[in-house]
Design a protein around this ligand. Sequence first.
Ligand code: GLC
Ligand code: CA
Length: 555
Amino acid sequence: MNKTWWKEAVIYQIYPRSFMDSNGDGIGDLNGITDKLDYLKYLGIDVIWLSPVYKSPNDDNGYDISDYQAIMDDFGTMEDFDKLLAEAHRRDIRIVMDLVVNHTSDEHQWFMASRKSKDNEYRDYYIWREGRDEQTPPNNWGSCFGGSAWQYDNETQMYYLHLFSTKQPDLNWDNPKVREDVFTMMKWWCDKGIDGFRMDVISMISKTKEMPDGKTNGLYGDYSPYSVNGPNVHKYLQEMNEKVLSKYDIMSVGETPGVTTELAKQYAGENTHELNMVFQFEHVDYGGKYGKWTDEKMPLRILKNIISRWQTELYGAAWNSLFWNNHDQPRAVSRFGDDRPEYREVSAKMLATCLHMLQGTPYIYQGEELGMTNYPFQSPDDFRDIESINSYREWCTEGHLSHEIFWPCITFKSRDNARTPMQWDHTEHAGFTTGTPWISVNPNYREINAEAEVNNPDSVFHYYKKLIAMRKQNPVMVYGKYQLLFEESEELFVYTRTLETEKLLVVCSFSDREITFIIPDEFVGTPCLISNIENTYDHPDIVLHPYEAFVLHRK
Ligand code: GLC
Ligand code: CA
């Protein structure tokens, strides 16, 4: 297995809108991030993944880009960006940009030109089709954010495809000019000195030529057999690798909905010349009573089974990215841990242990290192996210599902849980802004905030700091081989990591009750690398506290 910097790194995701506001307009911005670089350096992370900062009308908070080579007005200027990059590099922190090229904004100049006539040079940059008749779109596909995936455009009386919102038309990757323009833009950023790309829904860029109706389980049909992991996706990524990625010392991580372990070995194989790693979603796509919405927690055995399969099957062949949450997912501690006050800290530390000891590159989503929780939504008016707003309307207002039934499901998984402002201190608006924040601050900021945690050596923050530092000292955390133990346990996630003669035992309790546990012989008496509560591990028989986690190290 090749050794590389991005395998050894810990990555921190910033959602700029919600990170830090430097000028009091209530919106996080680039200078706010620059102001907080020392905080990130102190935490010890190596790489920042910046969610989109490009010019955008913000239909989907920057994932709808109208100019790839300009900065969003809300976030500052290109000068601010250059300063952020220089200041990050000065601290040995790299910056990975979000690359959103499955679609653009409908306000991008390519699309504005494309929609004007049937024969202009940009027409083929997007996916246009005749309707079945005047009222009926080309097929029954539904978009990710509700409604049909086709939008009728009066100008030329045809439909364009948008797998996301109507303001996010899909690019036509089969057009070589689209690929050339995207690659040129990527090189422009690389020449500026950025350190890599996180590629938005990159598994969706290649669509089949035929676009038949998809299976329905509700109003609309499923597009995924025709546009996820499509016919040319690997070809296009290999081309991107050859023309751009391979020319620079950068990393690439693909967001790949619908990816399997087999496909991951192609997308992110050690020798396939596509991407360095991919995000898979099996462990966060559970349940789904109403579309993606559910209030059910995934049983631990299923979670272990998924993670173990990815650990084992990618070993030596491809590289995992490890995450519990991001800007599209609820907060880790609320979802996989226990956010009741008595268990929040201990379960957040347990989750951190469990993830950082796995093989792959760990991603921390802003606020996760503080154990930030889901937001206590009171009403649909609290939502800012287009997906939550549209889904509530589609299921309840129009779809007649009762609010009482739907509410626990949508609030458990709403993307806005992750998007409330970063909690910096106990002052008004959690120190995020001196103005009015664009989305409400979680009222628990007086207890949960960075200032308090930095000052408390027992905090979740310091636990993360310790884990990150430990990774630098212990190559077994990075390169060791994974093995699951006690597969049948419904409450314990136990595994080992082995590198030559060195071995780690990782024990994590996902339970709120005490559990008796017998330490495997070979680890009895070995030193404890880290644990989230005070306990001793000298004797084989122990009683684990709720959400206890510890790691033993045999050399
Ligand atoms: C990805 C992003 C998400 C966005 C969508 C459309 O899934 O992570 O935030 O809404 O793509 O760009
Ligand atoms: Ca601002």
